[in-house]
Design a protein around this ligand. Sequence first.
Ligand code: Q9C
Ligand code: ZN
Length: 656
Amino acid sequence: MGTALVYHEDMTATRLLWDDPECEIERPERLTAALDRLRQRGLEQRCLLLSAREASEEELGLVHSPEYVSLVRETQVLGKEELQALSGQFDAICFHPSTFHCARLAAGAGLQLVDAVLTGAVQNGLALVRPPGHHSQRAAANGFCVFNNVAIAAAHAKQKHGLHRILVVDWDVHHGQGIQYLFEDDPSILYFSWHRYEHGRFWPFLRESDADAVGRGQGLGFTVNLPWNQVGMGNADYVAAFLHLLLPLAFEFDPELVLVSAGFDSAIGDPEGQMQATPECFAHLTQLLQVLAGGRVCAMLEGGYHLESLAESVCMTVQTLLGDPAPPLSGSMVPCQSALESIQSARAAQAPHWKSLQLQEERPPPLLPGGPVCKGAASAPSSLLDQPCLCPAPSVRTAVALTAPDITLVLPPDVIQQEGSALREETEAWARPHESLAREEALAALGKLLYLLDGMLDGQVNSGIAATPASAAAATLDVAIRRGLSHGAQRLLCVALGQLDRPPDLAHDGRSLWLNIRGKEAAALSMFHVSTPLPAMTGGFLSCILGLVLPLAYSFQPDLVLVALGPGHGLQGRHAALLAAMLRGLAGGRVLALLEEDSTPQLAGILARVLNGEAPPSLGASSVASPEDVRALMYLRGQLEPQWKMLQVGAFTPQK
Ligand code: Q9C
Ligand code: ZN
């Protein structure tokens, strides 16, 4: 359905007119660097370009006082001295004669983006704007921000489109206290912000940026703060925060729209943030948000002051909005101790307000022996930023090897229907050890699967779906695993749903991780052989994915994912779609789904669309996980946490 890119060149006009070391990082080049890189990568060309309009004064009035709007309007005619004097009345603000025009364009860009998404003209988009917005308040400019672009967009989505639940994700490295103040008593806007905090010693030095600020009145529990108390937070810390804090609440909230305060000063190399997350991390964050609200995601630029890091991170975000799979994350996926403490304290503060956190908080997780300590300030980003992506994108994003005659009806036009098959002798050789593969139908299906798998391993195809007769599902999966491992996969993750047993001769050598979701008891037979019951309800299913499947998968860092819906998997289409959409974050999206031949074309169709980058349908209001589901999860977490560090949800700081 498309991605909008909203921009206007005039927003490069506002600039610093006098010496001010604090303001000088917010430069016009931020926009041109990002836009140039989008062009260079061919990403701008794939977007629907919208020219930003100015927000009207009435629209600004959705969150700002008329007196404040007038004050900013009047800066247009002031001279340099007067501008400087007025700027001094605010914290980290430098007005320019073009500020009012630029700030109205920035707010207007957000409104256009929201309108484009909510009218269905596009699925999602990014507004490339300056000045940024999230620090600005009802009657105050603050931290380079003049009008609160995201807050205005949220108020507009409520007022003009009648929305009732909007999630605002503020991944900028600073606390968007402006957004927090504007909506702290409003339960229709769930505001999440992580930010460099250092126990209150980092700008804007606010007590209310801490985890225990959770909103007030009707809005209790709808403000979620995750303060980072050390610099150097990286990919594992950010992904852990999403899996264990933001996403459980977000699914429970069930937003109709996701707004992102997309600041990239939380990326590596940024002088303000001093964090370590690489640009690819923003592809993952974006992809994780795209499973919400039917994929209606509107991102608006906030901070980001290292031009190279900013440009790359913007590209990663746009590329993901366009549906491309996220590149694999670099570095070991082990959250640091300080991040775990922060996540834990935010979970504890939110637990009274969210069912999805309650059961799990009943029993505190064991105090962990010291995890890695944060690496301190960011080292030179060169090694992580300069490496070009060596592997070219596959020419085919998704291919299906399916035989059902009515399958074409449910496939998007760019999904390829693969006709090819592996050589007969070769297929027979792979089939030989398995009695269930002797039948002609099973052999034919295996030939098609092997051909598809080879296309994926050779890098021509990114993801795919193949089918097999139910009686041959286990054997086919066994062949697929062995073929994958012998033809280039270094680490293979297999997520098997239903009655599928782990191939008995599969080595526990770390090259494969077998995760069976099937209805028997929870068991970790080794760190590479995990089995968990199939949760019946949506709540249990979500906590299984967020609390077990994805943490295991992100820790393991596979380069190939097999997901098999075997006999008795009992999965609803929307659950299968969500699982596939989230597994697509692994292995650069190299995911092969294996279905039973008699699956409905609807199931095959929805999986094909999701693997191809479409958003899964939203699950709606979710039930709570059953006590059994929670018990299984807690048990497995206890067993596996020492080996798979992304399973850790937090560490308790001993009470003082
Ligand atoms: N060294 C945004 O990123 N200066 N605003 C902090 C600490 C103000 C940041 C000084 C930073 C404002 C949108
Ligand atoms: Zn910032």
